[in-house]
Design a protein around this ligand. Sequence first.
Ligand SMILES: Nc1ncnc2c1ncn2[C@@H]1O[C@H](COP(=O)(O)OP(=O)(O)OP(=O)(O)O)[C@@H](O)[C@H]1O
Ligand SMILES: [Zn+2]
Length: 733
Amino acid sequence: MTIVQVALDVPVDRLFDYLAPDADVADIGRCVHVSFGNRKCGGIILAISHASAIPHNKLKAVSFIDRDTPALSTSLLKLFEFCSSYYHHPIGQVIANGLPTLLRNPKHQATNQLQHNQEWVLTETGKNIGLEDISSRSKAKRNIFSKLLENGVITAETYQAMTPYVRKQLRELANLGWVAQQASSFQKLPFKVTSSFTPTTEQQHAIAKILAHTDTFTPWLLHGITGSGKTEIYLQIAATLLAQQKQVLVLVPEINLTPQLEAVFRQRFPTTLLVSLHSGLNHTERLQGWLHAQQGKAGIILGTRLAIFTPIPKLGLIIVDEEQDHSFKQQDGLRYSARDLAVYRARQANVPIILGSATPSLESYQLARSGRYQLLQLHTRAISQATLPTIRCIDTRTAPVSEGFSESILKALDQSLRQKQQSLVFINRRGYSPVLLCKSCNWIATCGRCSSRLVVHLRNQQLRCHYCGDRQSIMLTCPQCGDPDILPLGHGTQRIEATLTKQFPQANILRVDRDSIRQKTAWRTILNTIHRGEADILIGTQLLAKGHDFPNLGLVCVLNADSSLYSTDFRAEEHLFAQLMQVAGRAGRAHIHGTVLIQTEFPQHPLYQALTQQDYAAYAQVLLAARKAAYFPPFSYLAVLRAEAPELSEALTFLKQAADTATTTEEYDSIQLFDPVPAYMVRLKGLERAQLLIQAASRKRLQIFLDDWYQKIITLPVRGKLRWHLDVDPLTI
Ligand SMILES: Nc1ncnc2c1ncn2[C@@H]1O[C@H](COP(=O)(O)OP(=O)(O)OP(=O)(O)O)[C@@H](O)[C@H]1O
Ligand SMILES: [Zn+2]
């Protein structure tokens, strides 16, 4: 009797047994289709056995084992298992989270999805053709042909990036017998790397250091100021590894940062297949990219956090850009940190990993200080004349602010306009205004389902909750006292846009926030507009704060950042400092000097002091000392057990029960369990939330404790709508 043990996408942390007479160990890691309850679903075979705790006559047989698609590798399965045990999340759900949906879909056979990637090369005749043989009116054709002359090949990816008619043009060139199509292979040699500049001394040093250790696990923290040219370092290291036929994984924090980094990589490595993996892909696209990576065809795998689960057989290097970014941590379901898993993966594959940032997370910085990571620093900007911007605070206790702007900022914007330079007005709040207030009775519009205020979106005449997405029309009178004198209070991007439009009617003003980029293509259009210099003033939220390189941007104005200065979240200051350093770093990256103006009521606060000095190291010391005193990460390790229910008391009771089951023997004396408390934001989407904090002296001890405790929590009775989850290494508590 042969039994396969299958991981299924169900919220139970165990494997399920099925009969599969013809299965053997080679099937471990293969996708299998089975019936579960009364539905059909796909799972992954994790083990083969010859006995089962379930009586033979109750066992069902598998319906199909997909042997056309290569099995998941042992190393990928290990990654899933590690992830499941570290984050205490059911293995079947961990795998489901990491694999393309179509791979497990019983109605699909994955390999049918794989279109063999075609590429175009010059024929023997074509090689004797010069650009002058193509009519100068046919610009697109000339363009394509010159690319071919340069690189000898055009991959599907390069031509997709070129012009929409490229296929037609290529077919016309094929009819002339000048080009031919062939199935693409991994990558051609000789491998041509064209960089238009020579690395700076600091870049050279970093490159040499990293390249000296490419065949062992070495975690590098690349701490380089904004505009120091970290990307160039990534590219040069990647070039070496690609030339050795290795694959490179590049993780970026946000989907919005993928297009530009993708463009940079494609341009530098035109003959390498690059797959881009992020949440904006449809199921087929994701599966395609995944398969190309698995087959070793894709040289570069570039994506957001979920790309960490891509099978990469010839992995040679991992790059995590903006490593401090919170979006590397998934905030629901499987709460994993892609950055931390990337380090695990690099160790597993015995390859280098580069964590890059201008403002590293305190965790990584501390690891570098203690010698566990290798620290590489870049202190100067890469472009020779470029220097760090001048940062100045505007004290809003003395400088009057009208409609969100102080006089000095308006003046600076005006001057920047006259000099034909771009400016960025940074405000971290979309919508028109964050509060709708009744002047006579102090009523404030709040969300019925969350403990939050509703944001005014004047353009659509709506009130919206930015937590649960609820929408309603703006009322004309106060629902509490009937007074018509209700006012939007405070400023969001839309209101700032309205003010600036009035103030500078001649300027091209471009608002960039989640509302303005909702359409799939909007983001590319916006980036192009900025790069072509067609926008004078950008109004942006965190979407524009980091990663971007706009050479003509001279002035950055920060309108209102104080709100997170005295937050209860222990990471709030670190986060704010990083964010402001990043946004300030958008100014003056090339040939113009940058100026950054920050409106604040607390110019004396150490955060603003450090910011104006642009001294990350000094401020990191201050923050680390505070973390040490408060016994917070990186000096302790945390987990949070959260529960939510229609009534707060139910959530608290559950957490109390969970706490009572925890063994507190001597073995766990370095583990501290705090009392269950209501969450900072108690109501969310109609449920009330509570949490229980666990603090430990070491990661290992925390894990040992959680292993045992988790087994007990899963046996606790769960009534009604109550839900709970464990968050290991939480970002917020
Ligand atoms: N060696 C070099 N010589 C001249 N220019 C360079 C060199 N290296 C990089 N650059 C240019 O410097 C600019 C800044 O580089 P890049 O965007 O990589 O900075 P970064 O370190 O990623 O900064 P940030 O953290 O702010 O995103 C880019 O326009 C890049 O083309
Ligand atoms: Zn809400």
